[in-house]
Design a protein around this ligand. Structure first.
Ligand code: SF4
Ligand code: SF4
Length: 164
């Protein structure tokens, strides 16, 4: 199998981290209040990726896509992702983590063998993802150094930052 079967497992079993860049893109493209698409969860002790933790209400937290029920992404529908063209980079690059040899199969049932064109796209998205996580790390450092705040204040902070 060389492409996503859209089985939805990765949309219904995980916390999907988002960067400020994803949040802004989704809000603009889907005409959403950015606060409606995200939530903060306590930073877990271990995880696959490198999104920074941010201080929300006094707790180091990860900013993830909002859930409509436990671990079910708010944008998930049985017919598919309701924001598919604007989905976060983590969704675009799943199940690859650092490169196309580095596949995590915790949820994905597929044996991936992307076409040459799909490989180029995955690698471009992974590069973009890594660039944006690096900038997000700087944003998080600045936010945390100010003592953090509520999720609403964090969203306001990322909307007014100069990192774009
Ligand atoms: S944004 Fe779309 S692709 Fe990403 S987890 Fe949610 S439903 Fe799945
Ligand atoms: S688990 Fe794998 S096959 Fe299923 S939707 Fe996610 S990426 Fe696609």
């Amino acid at each position: 199998m060389n492409s996503c079967m859209r089985c939805g497992r990765c949309c219904t079993q995980f916390a999907v981290c988002v960067t400020p860049f994803d949040i802004v893109r989704i809000a603009k493209a889907a005409n959403l209040n950015p606060l409606d698409s995200v939530q903060a969860i306590p930073e877990p002790p271990a995880r696959e990726r490198n999104e920074p933790a941010v201080l929300i209400d006094g707790q180091m937290s990860l900013i993830v896509l909002a859930w409509k029920s436990e671990r079910v992404c708010t944008f998930y529908s049985p017919a598919g992702c309701t924001i598919y063209p604007h989905r976060p980079l983590l969704c675009r690059t799943y199940p690859f983590v650092r490169g196309l040899q580095d596949v995590r199969h915790r949820a994905c049932p597929e044996m991936w063998a992307p076409s040459r064109k799909a490989k180029r796209q995955y690698l471009a998205d992974l590069r973009k993802y890594n660039r944006e996580v690096k900038k997000y790390t700087a944003i998080a450092k600045e936010w945390n150094s100010k003592g953090g705040g509520s999720l609403a204040e964090f969203v306001q902070f990322i909307l007014t930052t100069n990192y774009y």
